[in-house]
Design a protein around this ligand. Sequence first.
Ligand code: SF4
Ligand code: SF4
Length: 406
Amino acid sequence: MKQKRMKRRDFIGKAAFGFLSAGISIPIARANLTDKNQSYKIIYRTLGRTRLRIPIVSFGVMNSDSPDLINKALDIGINHLDTAHLYLRGNSERAIGEVLHARGSRDKVYLATKMRFARDRERNIFSLRGNEREPAATEENLFRQLETSLKRLRTDYIDILYLHSCYSPQMAVYEPLMNALVKVKKQGKARFIGISTHKDEANVILAAVKANVYDVVLTAYNFVQKNREELRKAIQYAADKGVGVVAMKTQGGRQLQEEGKVEINHEAALKWVLSDENVCTTIPGMTTFSQLEQNFKTMSNLTLSEAEQKELQFASKQKGILYCQYCRNCIATCPKSVEIPTLMRSYMYMEGYGNLIQAQLTTAELPKNQGLNVCLECSSCTAICPNGISINSRLRYLIAEKMYLV
Ligand code: SF4
Ligand code: SF4
């Protein structure tokens, strides 16, 4: 793995200021991350009707099963850990469970996890044809996944339980799973329920809010999304109805291009999302202490300088962006109707986030006749992305990295 994938730019923090909500001062000596003479004031916001008070930057425990990193995040004041049943084949949940058990601090941390199910990708609906990674979309399977997650997390309740990856409004309100979540909440095994989405986000959010059962929506939200204005309005609607909003994929892929390497200013991208006051918190994935340090600085300072704004504007106009918009327009340009958006997501995990395991798991979501194995046999790629993504070169990269199924 190339080292450059994990690097982020250095950032010189400006003076801290309270924004939107009262904060608490955390002496940096306790955090032991940066300048020990400086004190940082973490900004908290309230997550809609849940009334949970959460720092504006939480920990997306997607790529890490490091107890040391989780411990450090909790030490510096992060009280919201976001994971999923399938992250790192369950090791993310296990690591969190071990840490909280050892600290005896389950009640001081808000735990969010997600349950994922089989889907029919062409029709963007849940499916009853499950596999090992994505079980059939039934109430029984939701209960089964939840029991496993509770055991791994060493707890008897989840604070926020999400229906994972709703690609369409229909998926957000798919009654067997939505009703199962409501039951889980009534049983006290989840305090709050929600959906997560990183496709057709605005419409998915509107449907979820109108269903009037969800407390939280977790959405992709970043400065390179084409639908960001529409999404901003949907987020406003959710907030007006008391539904808490959590943002993910805030970096828009972390790096913008394969060629020319425009690397995103991480803090500026985070601040761009958090400048929307209806977003309660963000869940950047962290794998290193230096990333934690960067995020820690953003937790206390939302000033988006003129230079940073210019940098984001420049970055958002670059061609060949790394971030796939999941519009699916490319599928019709492939004679075999390969599930290209999922492969582009795999590429993003690999090249943008340096996360080989997540990239492999994402590629493995696809059956052989819809995934990279088809491209392996294809001599000339005709697939075209109207948004400038070089599909062929990314597919060749995934093939060179042996990401196909054997
Ligand atoms: S690769 Fe391009 S066309 Fe295909 S889903 Fe992504 S953004 Fe849309
Ligand atoms: S390599 Fe061939 S099969 Fe794969 S996406 Fe391109 S055109 Fe489709």
